[in-house]
Design a protein around this ligand. Structure first.
Ligand SMILES: Nc1ncnc2c1ncn2[C@@H]1O[C@H](COP(=O)(O)OP(=O)(O)OP(=O)(O)O)[C@@H](O)[C@H]1O
Length: 315
């Protein structure tokens, strides 16, 4: 059996939810591990009800640390998190009942079968949705009577998702939920997420490295870089509004001032971008106006796909 997380201490009594409060409100989060630089460095973030947010960041950027901190499973050195208006670090039973979590490392009991595991959790949650569980188990073709420790990684990951969805949570947090899933499994998972949001208005936050999955659905995308959320926007807005400007520093400054852009990231000549070294300054800029600026004699203005945007923003 692997680690047992706080969310497994399941609720006995579900009270009235805090109406109108934001699902997640984090302010001033600062966290470092012993002797290491900060992983979260003054991070502020809110999630609106019904938002589906894909969290992107490089390996080691702090996605897992952030998700655990948001859920109250890890205490930051500074700052605080509120979930539905309550402190994440001291959730009551009613709040726990509103949260669903799929951790990166499987936290299922290896010696249980799927049926035994789900029966165990069902006894804790008054909002357990048996017909949803039945539907998912059969659609996702999960073996009910095999010990979890003998299931494949992908089957365990699917079961972990079923468990997190089973009590119809209002906030669903998933840490790389599709890492072990095959393409069909990833498509099933995305469909399930969309249905969950359409049916119930669930707020969903999940980290992933698979950009093509995000590109298929018009999710909000958030980039974690330098210990903060460097940028968050719906995907179509990102491609409409964000441009890479290349030129010399003075020309870039004049261009940004004229078109009233917001500089997201500046790179000087000589900085590495991916495998290349920038010869001129490269600025990543967001323009909010109706008409997007175009290249001129001094400044090259490029649109970016999600992958290029990821590299420019997070490297
Ligand atoms: N328990 C710990 N003790 C010490 N350092 C840690 C611990 N957990 C994480 N770290 C460090 O904190 C940083 C952020 O790790 P984290 O797992 O949050 O990143 P991540 O963005 O989820 O990475 P990945 O995409 O590789 O899963 C890394 O440098 C990692 O080595």
């Amino acid at each position: 059996m692997t680690q047992t997380l706080a969310l497994e201490t399941a609720p006995q009594d579900v009270g009235t939810p805090t109406l109108g409060a934001l699902p997640v409100r984090a302010s001033g989060l600062y966290l470092h591990f012993d002797g290491q630089p900060a992983v979260l460095d003054g991070l502020d973030w809110t999630l609106q009800p019904g938002q589906v947010v894909g969290l992107l960041g490089r390996n080691g950027a702090g996605k897992t640390t952030l998700l655990e901190t948001l859920l109250g499973l890890r205490e930051p050195q500074r700052g605080k998190v509120q979930l539905f208006g309550q402190p994440a670090l001291s959730p009551d039973d009613a709040l726990r009942a509103r949260l669903g979590y799929v951790p990166q490392q499987s936290d299922l009991f290896d010696e249980f079968t799927a049926d035994q595991l789900l029966r165990y959790f069902r006894s804790f949650y008054p909002t357990w949705n048996e017909s949803k569980v039945e539907g998912l188990l059969s659609r996702w073709d999960l073996p009910r009577h095999r010990a979890i420790g003998k299931m494949s990684q992908g089957q365990q990951q699917r079961l972990s998702i079923v468990r997190a969805l089973a009590h119809d949570p209002d906030l669903l947090v998933l840490d790389e939920p599709v890492a072990s899933l095959d393409p069909a499994g990833r498509r099933d998972f995305l469909r399930e997420l969309v249905e969950q949001v359409l049916d119930r208005g669930t707020t969903v936050l999940f980290s992933t490295h698979i950009l093509s999955d995000l590109e298929r659905v018009a999710f909000n995308i958030a980039f974690l870089s330098g210990g903060r959320i460097a940028l968050q926007a719906p995907q179509d807005e990102l491609s409409e509004q964000v441009r890479l400007l290349i030129g010399d520093e003075t020309a870039l400054k004049a261009f940004v001032d004229t078109h009233r852009g917001q500089v997201l990231r500046r790179r000087a000549p000589g900085d590495k971008t991916g495998v290349q070294t920038a010869l001129q300054s490269r600025w990543l800029v967001r323009f909010a106006g109706d008409s997007m600026p175009a290249s001129d004699a001094q400044v090259r203005c490029e649109t970016l796909g999600l992958e290029d945007l990821f590299v420019e923003l997070t490297q």
